[in-house]
Design a protein around this ligand. Structure first.
Ligand code: 15L
Length: 269
């Protein structure tokens, strides 16, 4: 049964994707609660602004009071040293799902990342059943978040869709993004489906209708996702725009693969 959302919480609401959703959902729910550690500006009609640190369990418990559904975008968004990843994306994710359990929140849409599967080679087509192959500490924390979501979905009935977001941004900027790009309107379309469809636990790819995509997104398309944009419009200017690192170019995670890399490229495949 689709869930009724009276109060929607968006974490990471000050970032690019958060502010895109803030705009997209303005006036769509009776209450829109927006949270971030960064400034959120002034509250619009129907908006509640609640600054919070993800590592602060008490603050996150308070943040979830009265929340029916959450889009969890907050956390460390790129590679970082362990202490940073640990606080924001491991402790933070535990705090979010525990708070949701205590508050009776019914659904969480989780901003996972393609870096949870970044060490799959580009020659491999992945669907929603593809196992994690993190390419970074950051990617590993996203894979952890996907499992936290699965655990709470099964154990406590908090439905969750984990979005393995490719490169969600205004426009693609290199050859890899001809495969991984998701336009901001398509990102909103995907979150619409994630909030409204009937499911318990799903993995979906955050990607536009790119002919060069490495991902089979038919599962979430079956739930209603219809991307309208394609990176191919940028192909003429971006083909050949690659990094100088072979390991980046072999794997789906691109530039997250080479930093700190001391492995054997051939044996990962
Ligand atoms: C991500 O997960 C990052 O948050 C974003 O900054 C991009 O680097 C993106 O992946 C990507 O792979 O392009």
């Amino acid at each position: 049964m689709p869930i009724r959302i009276d109060r929607l919480l968006i974490t990471g609401a000050a970032g690019l994707l958060g502010s895109t959703l803030r705009h997209h959902y303005a006036g769509r729910f009776p209450h829109l609660r927006l949270s971030d550690r960064a400034p959120l500006g002034t509250a619009g009609r129907g908006e509640e602004l609640v600054p919070a640190e993800l590592r602060d369990a008490a603050a996150i418990d308070a943040l979830f009071e009265g929340v029916d559904a959450c889009v969890h975008l907050g956390g460390q968004p790129v590679e970082a040293p362990w202490p940073t990843v640990l606080e924001a994306n491991i402790v933070g994710v535990i705090n979010v799902w525990e708070a949701a359990r205590k508050a009776g929140t019914k659904r969480i849409v989780f901003a996972s990342s393609n870096h949870a599967i970044g060490f799959h080679p580009r020659s491999r087509r992945l669907d929603h059943t593809a196992p994690a192959r993190p390419d970074s500490r950051y990617g590993l924390s996203k894979a952890f978040g996907e499992d936290v979501a699965l655990y709470y979905a099964n154990k406590h009935g908090i439905s969750a869709m984990c979005l393995r977001i490719g490169s969600a941004r205004e426009r693609p900027i290199d050859e890899r993004m001809l495969s991984t790009w998701q336009s901001l309107p398509d990102f909103c379309r995907l979150v619409d489906v994630a909030l409204t469809a009937d499911y318990v636990y799903e993995i979906a790819y955050g990607v536009s209708a790119n002919p060069r995509s490495w991902w089979d997104n038919s599962r979430v398309e079956g739930l209603g996702y219809r991307p309208q944009d394609s990176a191919e419009a940028f192909a003429a200017e971006l083909v050949g725009k690659v990094t100088a690192e072979p390991v980046n170019e072999l794997f789906q995670g691109g530039p997250f693969c080479a930093p700190d890399f001391t492995g054997d490229m051939e044996r990962i495949v």
